[in-house]
Structures are given as structure tokens and as C-alpha cells.
Design a protein around this ligand. Structure first.
Ligand code: BGC
Length: 246
């Protein structure tokens, strides 16, 4: 069974057809820049381009950077505010003619990492984090996803945590990896106090450099870099569509 997976991120929109049984790419992925004005019209245009590129007639799964309930975007932290309350699934389905299922982007990446990655070994409480333009979070209890946790928006030092230690902040403030890791450790300590996860998996761009800064981390939980790296969001979105579109 093959499903087209699409991952909508702050800087890029990527897609590829996925083999659902083993999580592999059936064709090489395509990537387009996220439009500077990230409103529904511009983003839907890119999603359609990806579907057309693969001449895709089957189901499509989309990871979207917002709280998504029943296909509807409930927040818009790093995308155009007009997305709030948009039925994203219906919109992408109407412009393409395909059946489309939509979930939070971090939830998608976490689903794929736990199923096909090599970091998860049946720990009870697992927190999966993606650090990019924002901080995405996916929480799993005994392998089951608790969707839309949005722990990147926890308050830390009086502001939204992702405004303190996302990868975008590291770039804006010209922080060294270690300086950023010290900030990120503050965040991890805060999350650990609230949730006491058994395992924390760090995804997103910074996970590639994990062993350059992981000594800074002082949480009790086991903490590992994600093994599927940037492609997890595409795979997880396809898995979700397969399980939810019938
Ligand atoms: C959004 C989340 C998203 C994360 C990563 C945050 O700003 O609120 O929904 O998962 O960024 O893209």
C-alpha cells in the first residue's frame, strides 16, 4: 500500500509517496520553499504542485504546523493567522480531488519515529520534540499518541518557550550550539518537572548535531537524537492517512 505523505514546515513543504508497510520512500521526495506569505491560497498551491508532480490519485496525508482537530487548524503560531479555523483537510481535498487527512506535523514525525525508527523500545512515556522554526512536541503513552500537546508553547521565563530556544532563535541571536543547548536544557528541565518522561527523542535539524551538545543536557530521562531525521514528518503523515481514511 502506498500513500503520499506531505510535511508542511516553516521553511519547506516536502512530499513523497510512502510504502506504508516499511516506511520507505517509493520515489525521491520533492521540496518547495514555504511561500513567504503562508496563507491558505499560496500553501494550497504548493500542496497541489506536489500532488500533481507525482500524478497522485490515491490518499494523501499532510503534517501541518498547528493544532489540528478533525482536519481543522485551531492555531497559527508560525503560519499566516488566516489559517485559524480553516478546514485544512477539506481545502486540500477540494483543490486536488484526492482524499486528504491532516494532523499536527510533530505528531506525524513522532508516529513515524516510534514505528520505524530505532530509538523507541517500549518505554512508557515518550516525548518526541522537533526543533525548527518552532518547537513541535508529540507525547506517547505506551505507544499511543496523545495528539496536539503543543508543549513548545509552555511558558518559560515569562514567554513562549519556542521564542526562547527554537532553532530559529538560535540563528536569529547567533548563538553557538552550546549556548543554544544551555537554553534548551532549561526547557527540558521544565518539561521534565511537569511530565517525567522515560525517553525524550530530539528531532528536527539540530538532532543531526546532537553529539556536539548533548553533554549540556542534565535531565534524568534518557535523551536520544531521532533516527529518521528530516523525513519522519512525511512518513508519519502517510501512516496517519492510511489509518484514518479507510
Ligand atoms: C506550532 C506547532 C508545531 C511546531 C513545529 C509550533 O509553533 O504551534 O503546532 O508542531 O511549531 O512546527
Amino acid at each position: 500500500m502506498e500513500v503520499l505523505g506531505i510535511d508542511i514546515g516553516g521553511s519547506g513543504i516536502k512530499g513523497a509517496p510512502i510504502n506504508i508497510e516499511n516506511g520507505s520512500f517509493v520515489a525521491e521526495r520533492v521540496r518547495f520553499d514555504t511561500p513567504e506569505i503562508s496563507n491558505s491560497e499560496n500553501m494550497a498551491h504548493v500542496v497541489k504542485q506536489i500532488i500533481t508532480y507525482f500524478n497522485w490519485k490515491g490518499p494523501v496525508g499532510v503534517g501541518f504546523p498547528a493544532i489540528v482537530r478533525n482536519g481543522v487548524a485551531k492555531t497559527a503560531a508560525n503560519i499566516d493567522k488566516s489559517w485559524k479555523e480553516t478546514n485544512v483537510a477539506e481545502l486540500f481535498s477540494s483543490i486536488s480531488g484526492n482524499k486528504v487527512a491532516v494532523l499536527n506535523d510533530a505528531d506525524a514525525a513522532g508516529l513515524a519515529e516510534l514505528r520505524f525508527g530505532d530509538t523507541y523500545h517500549n518505554e512508557d512515556l515518550v516525548l518526541f520534540l522537533t526543533v525548527g522554526t518552532g518547537i513541535g512536541t508529540a507525547l506517547f503513552y505506551k505507544g499511543a499518541l496523545l495528539p496536539n500537546m503543543e508543549l513548545g508553547h509552555l511558558e518559560l521565563f515569562g514567554k513562549d518557550a519556542e521564542l526562547y530556544c527554537s532553532d530559529a532563535v538560535r540563528k536569529q541571536k547567533n548563538l553557538s550550539r552550546t549556548e543554544w543547548a544551555v537554553r534548551f536544557n532549561d526547557y527540558l528541565m521544565h518539561v521534565e518537572k511537569l511530565l517525567s518522561p522515560d525517553l525524550i527523542i530530539l528531532g528536527g535539524g539540530s538532532s543531526k548535531k546532537f553529539y556536539k551538545f548533548n553533554e549540556v543536557f542534565s535531565v534524568n530521562a534518557k535523551i536520544l537524537p531521532a533516527s529518521l531525521l528530516n523525513n519522519a514528518g512525511i512518513v508519519g503523515a502517510a501512516m496517519y492517512a492510511h489509518e484514518n481514511l479507510g
